[in-house]
Ligand binder design. Structure first.
Ligand code: ATR
Length: 271
């Protein structure tokens, strides 16, 4: 029985088990970690069953972050403010704490890559659970945010929720002005299906940085498209994945594992 696991659908390409095995090796903390494919109907039941049979902590990935938020008994402030949960911890009394470490994972990776500065104008593409996890951290960092999304009303809802906390607005996909952004972040789930969001090529200049919260070996579809349009500074989301995993490990064990050395091991293919 593994005490920790990631729940998602799809899940088979997840690198979280590999990352957590490296954290365990680096810290010397025993930490068995599985991946669980859950059907859309049975997510809540399978997560509860996991915690009722020895599970101590879980990561939650797409498309279940908002459902995990609804299920937890207690929430960190980060989870409350994102209304999405990517990390669950079981307390000794059996109750479940929900946290969201996506924002700190993204910010720390963007800083590592030198892609984020205060006052940056940032375009976020997508308005689901992944976007929610990073909006407040980016606003708190001092960025000015524009949200766009296929279903525009979802972007508008997020703007209504966060408006009092910073400079944030919503613009429909077909009304985005050219070259107005310092950084464009893909927070859609399209990469899973081998696709990139339908953006106008005129948004991309050599000065724009592009970041995909999705990751895969080699360039993601979004990053390939950005490079084709002339973007020079691009990155996929592996560094964010390691960062959010490290802060989940911290919540579970009270120890922050070394993010950079684990990322280097993953990138150099040592594992
Ligand atoms: P997650 O928790 O990963 O964010 P989600 O809540 O299902 O998952 O959100 C997925 C995001 O990807 C949404 O912004 C979604 O757009 P809609 O709100 O219009 O559904 C976006 N997305 C998914 N499939 C898409 C597609 N084929 N074209 C454009 N956007 C898509």
């Amino acid at each position: 029985m593994d005490n920790f696991a990631v729940f998602g659908n799809p899940i088979k390409h997840s690198r979280s088990p590999q990352i957590h095995a490296l954290f365990a090796a680096e810290t010397g903390i025993s930490h068995s970690y599985a991946q669980v494919l859950t059907s859309l109907e049975n997510f809540e039941q399978m997560l509860r069953q996991f915690f009722n049979t020895g599970g101590l902590g879980a990561n939650i990935t797409m498309p279940f972050k908002e459902r995990a938020f609804a299920l937890c008994d207690h929430l960190t402030e980060r989870a409350v403010m994102s209304r999405a949960v990517n990390t669950v911890k079981k307390y000794p009394d059996g109750s479940l704490l929900g946290d969201n470490t996506d924002g700190i994972g993204l910010i720390s990776d963007l800083q590592r890559l030198d892609l984020l500065f205060q006052e940056n104008r940032v375009l976020i593409v997508g308005a689901g659970g992944a976007a929610r996890g990073v909006i407040l951290p980016l606003l708190s960092f001092g960025c000015r945010l524009v949200l766009t999304n296929r279903t525009f009303s979802r972007a508008q809802e997020l703007v209504s929720f966060y408006r009092h906390l910073g400079d944030i607005s919503a613009v429909p996909l077909d009304k985005l002005a050219s070259a107005d952004y310092d950084l464009i972040i893909n927070a859609t789930s399209l990469g899973v299906h081998g696709k990139a969001p339908a953006l106008q090529g005129s948004l991309i200049t050599p000065a724009v940085s592009c970041y995909d919260m999705f990751y895969q070996d080699g360039d993601t579809p979004f990053i390939s498209w950005c490079r084709q349009q002339g973007a020079k500074r691009c990155a996929g989301g592996l560094g964010m994945l390691v960062g959010q995993a490290a802060y989940a490990f911290l919540l579970w064990h009270g120890v922050l594992p070394p993010i950079l050395s684990v990322l280097e091991q993953l990138c150099s293919g040592q594992t």
